[in-house]
Design a protein around this ligand. Structure first.
Ligand SMILES: Cc1cc2nc3c(=O)[nH]c(=O)nc-3n(C[C@H](O)[C@H](O)[C@H](O)COP(=O)(O)OP(=O)(O)OC[C@H]3O[C@@H](n4cnc5c(N)ncnc54)[C@H](O)[C@@H]3O)c2cc1C
Length: 375
């Protein structure tokens, strides 16, 4: 079965790898280089327990399913392509600064325990025993050992290598301008330095992130994809933490190579990718409250990415009303976490025609119901 994938972010690459492993003939089109979109900006936290209250149960189930798949997924990617994904399993330590934070952590702990997710409340002293550089003003904490993380700037090249080793043809700097059904197949209009041409395929998967409906013509209805801007600050220097630290304002993600990421803003600014003084100031200020030692680190980078979001903040993963055309997009704040699960269920659907029931909550029909009928 010839399969074209539009988009070389973590979602497109993970799907390409899974489809190729199951025998599909896969060509992936990426208008820049794989990872040029949100995927290499992401912090890479694999932490479904952190935003439980705001997340519908069907999405939590998919997140947990994907989290369970992560160790095997990483092992398969590393074995196929020979490059490390930067997977770590030290967990998340929530740090409270005052009474408000303490009450919030009590609440978070209770919700997690209710849903069968292990979490442990800690005193300020316990927190500093685990992470000695945390501010002496911290009054308590919550340890979520089940959370893990991956380094997206390692994962994306590792996935690319795994795809290529599994027979995926990656066409970088090639943009897909249109998808059109034609006599039982699909015709893609593609454009590269060599000019415009047609590409025939049996199936196409749109995994183009926030650009799902931007500069591409398809027979699909409009779903209202929109970008949510996120700024993230990179620091480097003496390692100050072993695990992810967070509170309701900030997360601090340590990498194995000594980098520390501070994230992230959440802004409605359209497709703007400019870093702002205000965003950086907020991140540094909140991070300083948790880990005062950041004052002496080098500020090496301020990165900006666009999270792909639909109106209900749930992804669309599944078939469309056009034969052979599928969508996996709108993963918003969780595309890195959801990649292995998305790839597994898309492969079940596109190769075996199964998983339709499993993916029903993520169908795009839900978004059309909210749209106004034409006058
Ligand atoms: C600051 C920040 C922090 C984040 N932290 C986390 C986190 O800790 N954990 C987590 O799970 N998620 C996190 N996310 C979210 C995560 O980054 C996204 O959900 C995920 O990267 C989306 O992946 P994607 O493959 O759908 O999109 P993208 O990575 O944006 O990839 C889409 C690709 O499609 C290409 N493309 C688009 N249109 C076309 C076309 N017509 N033809 C060819 N190519 C095309 C683009 O160039 C792009 O490379 C974070 C995001 C941000 C911005």
């Amino acid at each position: 079965m010839r399969t074209a994938i539009v988009g070389g972010g973590v979602v497109g690459l993970a799907c390409a790898f899974e489809l190729a492993r199951r025998g599909a003939e896969v060509t992936l089109f990426e208008r820049e280089q794989p990872g040029a979109g949100a995927s290499t900006v992401a912090a890479g936290m694999l932490a479904p327990s952190s935003e439980l209250e705001k997340t519908p149960q069907v999405l939590v189930d998919l997140q947990l399913d994907s989290l369970r798949r992560y160790p095997d997924f990483v092992a398969a990617v590393e074995a196929a392509g020979g490059q490390p994904c930067g997977y770590r399993d030290e967990g998340t330590l929530w740090v409270s600064r005052h009474r408000d934070d303490e009450l919030e952590l009590d609440h978070l702990c209770a919700i997690q325990q209710d849903r069968g997710m292990p979490a442990r409340r800690l005193s300020g002293r316990d927190v500093r025993q685990i992470e000695p550089y945390v501010s002496p003003r911290a009054v308590g904490g919550l340890l979520v050992e089940r959370d893990t993380q991956v380094d997206p700037r390692r994962l994306v090249p590792a996935l690319r290598a795994a795809c290529e080793a599994s027979g995926v043809e990656i066409r970088a700097q090639t943009v897909v301008r249109a998808i059109e059904p034609r006599r039982g197949t699909l015709s893609l209009t593609i454009e590269s330095d060599a000019g415009a041409s047609q590409f025939e395929t049996d199936q196409a998967l749109l995994a183009s992130g926030v650009w799902l409906e931007d500069c591409i013509v398809t027979p699909l209805p409009t779903l209202g994809m929109r970008p949510i801007k996120g700024q993230i600050v990179h620091l480097r220097g003496q390692p100050l933490a072993d695990r992810v630290l967070r509170n309701s304002d900030i997360y601090l993600v340590p990498r194995a190579d000594g980098e520390l990421l501070l994230g992230a803003t959440e802004e409605e600014q359209g497709f703007d990718l400019t870093a702002s003084a205000g965003g950086t100031l907020d991140l540094l200020r909140y991070a300083f409250e948790v880990l005062p030692g950041i004052y002496d680190l080098d500020l090496t980078e301020i990165d900006v990415g666009l999270r792909p979001a639909f109106s209900d903040h749930m992804p669309v993963i599944g078939p469309t009303n056009v034969d052979g055309v599928f969508i996996a997009a709108g993963h918003y704040r969780g595309g890195i976490l959801l990649a292995p699960g998305t790839a597994h269920w898309m492969a079940e659907l596109m190769i075996n025609g199964q998983a339709i029931d499993h993916l029903a909550p993520f169908g795009y029909e839900r978004l059309l119901q909210n749209q106004e009928a034409p006058a």
